[in-house]
Design a protein around this ligand. Sequence first.
Ligand SMILES: Cc1ncc(COP(=O)(O)O)c(C=O)c1O
Length: 331
Amino acid sequence: MAGDFGTRFMPQMSICHYDGGWSEEQLVSSDSLSIHPAAHVLHYASTCFEGMKAFRQADGSVAIFRMDKNITRFDQSSRLLYLPDMDTEQLARMITSTVAHFRDQVPDAPASMYIRPTHIGTEPAIGKAAARSDTSSMFILLSPVGDYFSGGEANLRLLLDDHGVRCGPDHGMVKGGGNYASALKHIERARVSVNADQVLFCPGGDVQETGAANFILVDGDEIITKSLDESFLHGVTRDSLLTLARDRGLTVSERELSITELIERSAHPGCEAGLTGTAAVVAAVGTLIHDGAEYLVGSGKPGPRIRAMRDELNSIQWGHTPDTRQWLTVV
Ligand SMILES: Cc1ncc(COP(=O)(O)O)c(C=O)c1O
C-alpha cells in the first residue's frame, strides 16, 4: 500500500480568496499560502476538503471521476462549518483548469492524480471561538499518487470500537479537519494495543465507518452497509459501488448492522468485507477484533467479490468500459 500517498505535489495550485466576495482564481506556487497566525482555521478548525482523482484514460485523455458529487459534498461541508458560501461554478473551473494545466503529469493507470480542494477560514480573530470566519481561502492542490496496492493486496485488521466516536454524531457528513483530529486518538491506541490497521467505529454497537473509509459487508449476493444519515461521511466510492452492484442485480441492504450480526456473518464461508474510499476504491478486510477476540472474515484472505467490485469501478475510471452514467469529466 502507498505509504507515501499524498506527499508529492504539483508545483502550482489554483487559489482564490473570500472577503465580501470571491477574488479571481490565480495559479500560484503550491507552497505560497500566507495566513495570519491568528487565522480562524488554526484555532477553531474551520477547514474542510475533498479528495477525488483524475485518471489517464485508455485513449490517452484525462478525466476526473465524479467531480460533481465531490463538489456537492464540499459545498455541504463548507455550509455546515459556516464558511463563506462557495461559488461552485468557479470551483469546478478551478478544478478542471488546474488538472488541465498539469495534464501531462497525470500518470498512467493504476496510478492517478489526486485532487485536494481545501477551504479554510482565514479571519485573524482569536476572539471568534464561537463565531464564523468572515474571510476564507480556497485552493486546489494536486498530488500524483501511485497504485494503492503496489505492495500487495490489502488484508486489513479492524478493531471494532463500540465506545469511541469518530466525531460529533451530527457532524459525520462534514469532511472537516476536526473530525479527523478527534478520531486520531482511537486509531493510534488501536495500532499500539492490538496492531489494528484501522478502527471501525460502532457507536452503541451500530457498525458505522472507519477513520478514512466506509465499510461494506458482502455476504453471498447481499451487500450490507449503513444507510445514509448525518453521523458518517457519504462516500462517493460507496455510492458508486452500490450503484454498480444494484445494476448487476445484487441485493444492496442499506440498514443498521450490529456488531453481533457482523461477527456472526463473518463466520460464513465466502463472506467478505471491505473499506471503500477514493484512495483504494475498496480494500479487503481480513480480521475483525472485538473485546480481545479475533474473528476472520470468511477465509481471512482477500476474496473474489471485493476484487471484482474494484475491477469494475477501475475499469470505468480508466476508460476501459463505457461511462454510461456520466461519471467522468474529461479535461
Ligand atoms: C471518514 C471517511 N469516510 C469515508 C470516506 C470515503 O469517501 P470517498 O469514497 O468519497 O473517498 C473517506 C474518504 O475520504 C473518509 O475520510
